[in-house]
Design a protein around this ligand. Structure first.
Ligand code: SF4
Length: 67
């Protein structure tokens, strides 16, 4: 089971996560802060979410994957 957390206080609204994993991340219309669409996304998105975490300039995304 993959678990994702997003620290909105750290987010600098760069949008990198939305480009990497649009099924899991979105941005608020009013300020661009990222929104987590699923805290336990389908495993098919694991690599995309890992990529999103890797490219986030604010290190706001954490992902853990286990059984
Ligand atoms: S990549 Fe990081 S800083 Fe950029 S919008 Fe996503 S969570 Fe926010």
């Amino acid at each position: 089971m993959m678990k994702v957390t997003l620290d909105q206080d750290r987010c600098v609204a760069s949008g990198q996560c939305v480009m990497a994993a649009p099924e899991v991340f979105d941005q608020r219309d009013e300020d661009g802060v990222a929104v987590l669409l699923a805290t336990e996304p389908d495993p098919v998105h694991l690599e995309d979410v890992r990529q999103a975490a890797a490219v986030c300039p604010a290190v706001a995304i954490r992902v853990t994957a286990g059984d």
